[in-house]
Design a protein around this ligand. Structure first.
Ligand code: PLP
Length: 390
């Protein structure tokens, strides 16, 4: 691998600027108008029309029956897990290659993350190897799945659509059926990504999306719970709004709820952002195409592309080093960041973090390899214009 050639191939796609971030938000629509409306009317906080509108827009776009807006993606995941019945002492399957939020949300429930390997084709959880693993490591008793070595119940599996690329969901659904597992999608990174024509986050019983500042659509900070189960949708709203029983003046709460509601101010930003989603996606996909062409003939690296079953949002573009060049990853990271092109490695695998070292896991050789070889390169939507202007 010739680092110089890789750096110049990346730069050939990017505008000439002193600094190019990994993923910058784009506010080119009605953001100012909607946020100003909140300030002018005084509806900035827990009540206001933008929250309802944002939830409706989101449900319509993703095709789910109900979307519930919350303060961030981690809170969304936390509530998703509670909604499917994850309890203290359960285990929850998830990829080792994910952002910390997935493992944290499981821990908030008093449950234990159980790490699964990834597959090279999607960068997400490998359903085929998961199946073989579970056949050996678990037993079904009274319609529930138990880990034979820890004795704990395995309640759910949380695939994560890494950098926007959909996990192979059909075989994963079969695994869920066979082992009595609830499917909760961590779709935090995959707004605008589809698997076999249906939106990611519309496959699990409940799913979580994030609207953090670096995601494709941002509300400043924010998240949402998606579901097709109307009853769970109602419960999601109730749980995330302090479980208050509606009444004109009484404060009666019928469960221990959470103050996870998205403020109206953030939802206003979100409504304006969602109006621009199709444009963001077009530009991001065109940026990916240009990276693909620029990096095509380089030795030692490849540009990660979507599978035939997927239509990806290309949230963060991925450069994959060949295994033999993995040792040069840090040199390439240093070189790009030195010239103002922001790049990042993948997250440190979850089982290597002190809090999760003791958690159960299958053989993680693919995730280990991907961790050594992934580099994220600048991916902001405005870069897809070709002229580098917003
Ligand atoms: C962004 C993200 C989340 C949620 O993050 P918040 O910052 O809490 O909105 C969860 N999982 C993954 C994989 C993410 O990338």
């Amino acid at each position: 691998m010739e680092i110089d050639k890789v750096v110049s191939a990346i730069r050939s796609v990017l505008p000439a600027r002193d600094f190019i971030g990994l993923h910058e938000p784009c506010f080119a629509g009605n953001e100012w108008g909607y946020v100003k409306e909140c300030l002018d009317t005084g509806w900035v906080s827990s009540v206001g029309k933008f929250v309802d509108r944002f939830e409706e827009q989101l449900a319509e776009y993703t095709g789910v029956r109900r979307a519930v807006a919350v303060v961030n993606g981690t809170a969304a995941l936390h509530v998703c897990l509670l909604l499917v019945g994850v309890e203290q002492g359960d285990e929850v399957l998830m990829p080792a290659l994910t952002f910390i939020a997935t493992a944290n949300a499981v821990s908030y429930c008093g449950a234990v993350p159980h790490f699964v390997d990834s597959e090279e084709a999607t960068l997400g959880l490998d359903p085929v190897r998961l199946r073989t693993y579970l056949e050996n490591a678990t037993e079904i008793r009274a319609g529930q799945c138990f880990n034979k070595s820890t004795g704990r119940r395995i309640k759910a599996v949380v695939p994560m659509h890494a950098f926007g690329h959909p996990v192979d969901l059909d075989p994963l659904l079969e695994v869920c059926h066979r082992f009595h597992l609830e499917l909760v999608e961590d779709a935090a990174e995959s707004l605008g990504s589809f698997y076999k024509g249906r939106h990611t986050g519309n496959w699990g019983r409940v799913s979580a999306v994030s609207f953090n500042g670096n995601k494709l659509v941002t509300t400043g900070g924010g998240g949402a719970i998606l579901t097709n189960d109307e009853e769970l949708g109602r419960l999601a709203k109730h749980l995330t709004t302090t479980a208050k029983v509606p009444h004109r003046w009484n404060f009666c709460h019928d469960m221990i709820g959470f103050n996870y509601r998205m403020p109206n101010l953030n939802a206003a930003l979100g409504c304006a952002q969602l109006e621009q989603l199709e444009g963001f996606l077009e530009r991001k996909r065109s940026l990916a195409q240009r990276y693909k062409e620029a990096l095509a003939d380089l030795e030692g690296v490849s540009f990660f592309e979507e599978q035939a079953f997927a239509r990806s949002n290309y949230w963060l573009n991925v450069l994959l080093l060949d295994e033999k060049n993995a040792a040069e990853r840090d040199a390439l990271l240093a070189r790009t960041n030195d010239v103002g092109v922001m790049t990042r490695p993948a997250w440190m695998l979850m089982h290597k973090l002190a809090m999760f070292e003791q958690c159960p896991r299958m053989d993680l050789q693919v995730a280990e390899s991907l961790e050594r070889r992934i580099i994220n390169i600048p991916s902001s939507a405005f870069l897809g214009d070709g002229d580098g202007k917003a």
